[in-house]
Design a protein around this ligand. Sequence first.
Ligand code: DON
Length: 575
Amino acid sequence: MNFSLHGRALLLALLLTSGAAFAADGAPETTPAATTSAQPVQRPGHAGIASANFLATNAGFEVLAKGGNAFDAAVAVASTLSVVEPESSGIGGGFMATLHIAKGNRNVFIDARETAPMAVNPQDYLNPDGTPNRDTALKGPLSAGIPGEPAGLALLAKRYGRLPLSVSLAPAIRIARDGFKPDPRLLASIKGEQKDLERWPASAAKFLPGGQPPVAGEVWRDPDQARTWELIAAKGDAGFYHGEVAQKLVDAVRAAGGNWTLQDLANYRAKERTPITVDYQGYRIVTAPPPSSGGVAIAEILNILRGYDLAKMDPAHRVHIIVEAMRRAFRDHNDYLGDPDFVKMPLDMLLSPFYADGLRQSILPDQATPSSMLPHGPAHDPGMHTTHFSIIDKDGNMVGITSTVNYILGSTFVAKGTGVLLNDEMDDFALVPNKPNVYGLLGSKANAPVGGKRMLSSMSPSIVIGKDRSAVIGSPGGSTIITQVLEGILHFVDGQSARQIVADKRYHHQFLPDQVYVEDGVFDAATSDALRKMGYTLKPREAWGFMNVVTWDHRTNTLDAASDPRRPSGLGKVE
Ligand code: DON
């Protein structure tokens, strides 16, 4: 294994400190392999769904009423979001899902992340002068990975659902065919991306009917997407990865300068993986393994935090400790993580409580640690695209799905005749060494683009399982997904309700750039002052993710579902 300098220094630190910390800590449990947990045991008898769009939440309930379980409802919610919230996720993108299956008390993770086409060529993401070409990385067919969403939903339905896809996809097909009134955010997204949508006739045909963005109150239809979902409903994932849709996708991509082949589509597989589990204050957190960096980072942060009594600290010191834990986890994100099918990662080290003990030793009690010991990267303040929804059904099945086409309206490239808006997930690879992606994230060779490889993600759909209460938590937000979900978990563990958790103000640190991003109002003046005195730079940031949370109180056997107030079209509902 090729440890970087700081990696070796940290390893040394953990070796020096682990013995003492082990004795002090007892035997903390963090294991990437555990898939079962002792809780919960009852059934709620009713269901809760929270998603970013009320049409999608209602589609989930429609499918539950037809006899579906949480996983069928998830298929309905995800496919409906593809139609009504295409700026965030959809049929041409990918997702990650964390599942708790009540029967057998099992936890499962589904990786429907996009892959690089076999002909991926790093030169395509460089200008002739060798500088990064941000256009090919983010717009048009070269920015698109092979979609995972259709294969992932088909797998979810087949292995864990009760209903055929023809039933669970019916709401999305109906809404795409009959039309709906786009919410203000979709209207604004189309307007904002109009220039790029105009570059490709099929994108303009879909999003700019009559040459203009749709206006408020107008019904908007997507018959091509309806037809593609119908083929998937009839043939399963073969309806997308083989036959007429596959041919149209490849023809459109190649005609516009991309390099997909039919083989790339035929080779795509959604994968089941073992989730990351970490125990914190009596709760078991089940979350996303690589190719997401989210679960590793969340586990690393919680392992560091468990050495402190956060509740006894004043707000500034509490934030200081959490930010220092974030900083250290994001450094490891940059250096080590990638697609587990392609790279060897020191997961045992990163998830080890001894490693966290070593990191904890390096945190100064009253002072920020500058990140400047390692290379810098410039900051970005992206808008929030990607979507997360949470479901708990009457039998106690739980599922959280974070789904994305990456940046706003993905690549803005629609494959003619399919209604499929392609993602721009290729930018989640470290396309150009030491150059940040759109979220300011740096990556190492572990996340270099290679044909067939999955690009690293921050998506962190998480299930928190406790004796008295459980929750499904997740959010969009690029690199801030990890810290927002972490904060959601900490607030839940502190006893907050779903409604409080989604409304809480947020903050974020990702190692580089070395600053704490803050939402307006997250800290009072005294806390901000104290943090500045410790050496922190606080940087206001407008864009914060849209959290959708469902909680289950086992003592009263009641559910609560809440959608982020930052997103008025969202709906959390219990029925
Ligand atoms: O997989 C990832 O980490 C990103 N493609 C997610 C993008 C996202 O959350 C966009 N929202 N700002």
